[in-house]
Write a protein that binds this ligand. Structure first.
Ligand code: AMP
Ligand code: GLY
Length: 436
């Protein structure tokens, strides 16, 4: 089978690495890809916003399966485009249509959906520009901190947690009146603050049945101990120790099943991944957000733990035969440490030579923002590499990953040294408490 992966990050490199292991994989294309995906398949300079160009490529290369990595083409309706174009209508595509992608592209839509289907989430209200006064009045009646969210896609930057009413008023006005997050903040969701540890749970669904993939925790802040601004993700671990059978049973019964039933009732034909951004509030899972795709860098720990054939799973998803697929999971722990350009998530240089990539290792080196030139691999983004390692436990996995991180360098490289440490502290505390 000829397969096309759309995207260019660490998530897409991980997809490519795993897909290439399948005996079903023939020619593998990644559009536009990065230096890492270019080592596994053929990079093609596709514009993810140009659906006709992608459709023509699918025809010209006899593509049998398309996987859409990032959210923007999904939110813009790439699936709908495929459905309405006769020559590509029947090409299996992993990713929801525009309506399904609204679970991610409109926080107001997602909140309404959760309320309608009884899915546990924070209390909220939504306001547009014409409701400014009602909104300010609503803010006065909320407890602190107050969470303000731009309704639309804002590349992970559209959420502000306000610790005073003055701050909330100011940001609320900036969002609605001054387009703080562009069109994304034409509507603002005001949400109750939830306190707890976050966890990402992933499912793949064909709209009818679903499979639960390994859970993961990512580390969004740039600084150690979760300090400083948000990033795309600085590392991840899987599994998450507190996501035991009891917790996951609640996730399945209170969140996953009603989500799938809700999608069916709304007649949303959802064939793709659903990323549940959850928070553990005193043992009860609640939804912080939905995403209509896999997470990055969570994919770099979730997919390596899938030991069954990924192409079978992706085809089952896109063709509505997921119930016939066996999913097997490696019981070992995996972690990934993201190495970023100095300056990220602010401005940073590109084009720096990365040294040490050829050091022999059992670990997996996924490229996120790289390019290649004259045989050298250069930095080409904020998040540059994600180093994934396995271990019989989280501590071993982390030790191995950091061994490789230590071998790789470029000017002003930065990474967090505390990935997974909060979870290890939690595990140790539980052990101590139960020994008392
Ligand atoms: P989101 O884009 O909705 O995932 O929000 C980004 C981050 O903001 C989340 O990962 C949380 O850390 C935080 N956050 C969002 N909503 C809430 C909430 N209701 N309570 C506490 N933290 C939140
Ligand atoms: N790691 C968070 C995300 O992919 O949105």
């Amino acid at each position: 089978m000829n397969i096309l992966i759309l995207g260019s990050g660490g998530r897409e490199h991980t997809f490519a690495w795993k897909i290439k292991q399948s005996p079903k994989c023939g020619r593998l294309y990644i559009g536009p890809g990065n230096a890492g995906t270019g080592l596994i398949g053929e990079n093609v300079p596709l514009d993810l916003m140009s659906f006709p160009e992608i459709g023509d490529f699918v025809i010209s290369k006899n593509i049998d399966l398309v996987i859409v990595g990032p959210e923007v083409p999904l939110a813009l309706g790439i699936k709908d485009y495929f459905k309405q174009r006769d020559d590509i209508r029947n090409v299996p595509l992993v990713g929801p249509d525009k309506k399904g992608a609204m679970l991610e592209s409109s926080k107001d839509f997602a909140k309404q959906f959760m309320v309608k289907y009884g899915i546990p989430t924070a209390d909220y209200a939504t306001f547009d520009r014409s409701q400014l006064e009602q909104g300010l009045d609503y803010l006065k009646r909320q407890n602190l901190p107050i969470v303000l969210k731009a309704d639309g896609l804002a590349a992970g930057k559209g959420v502000v947690i306000c610790n005073s009413l003055e701050e909330a008023d100011k940001i609320f006005k900036e969002m609605l009146l001054e387009s703080k997050f562009g069109k994304a903040s034409a509507k603002v969701v005001v949400e109750e603050f939830l306190s707890g540890v976050e966890i990402s749970v992933f499912i793949v669904t064909d709209g009818n049945t679903y499979k639960i993939l390994p859970s993961a925790k990512d580390y969004k802040r740039i600084g150690e101990n979760d300090s400083g601004p948000n990033t795309g993700g600085m590392g991840a671990v899987s599994p998450v120790p507190f996501a035991d059978d009891t917790f996951m049973k609640k996730v399945e019964e209170h969140i996953i099943m009603p989500t799938i039933n809700g999608l069916k009732t709304e007649q949303i034909d959802y064939k793709g991944f659903i990323f549940l951004g959850l928070i553990n509030v005193n043992g009860e899972p609640m939804v912080i957000e939905y995403n209509a795709r896999m997470g990055d860098p969570e994919t770099q720990v979730v997919f390596p733990r899938i030991s069954s054939d990924l192409v079978d799973m992706l085809l089952g998803c896109a063709q509505g035969t997921l119930d016939q697929i066996e999913l097997s999971i490696d019981s070992r722990s995996a972690c990934t440490v993201v190495m970023v350009s100095g300056g990220y998530p602010g401005s940073y240089p590109k084009g720096l030579t990365i040294k040490g990539l050829d050091t022999p290792t059992e670990n997996l080196i996924f490229h996120a923002g790289t390019s290649s030139q004259d045989g050298h691999i250069l930095t080409n983004g904020g998040r540059v590499l994600a180093i994934t390692a396995f271990g019989n436990n989280l501590t071993d996995a982390l030790d191995l990953a950091y061994d490789t991180v230590d071998q790789i360098e470029w000017k002003d490289v930065y990474y967090r040294k505390d990935i997974g440490q909060d979870l290890l502290a939690m595990v140790n505390k539980t052990v101590e408490t139960s020994a008392e």
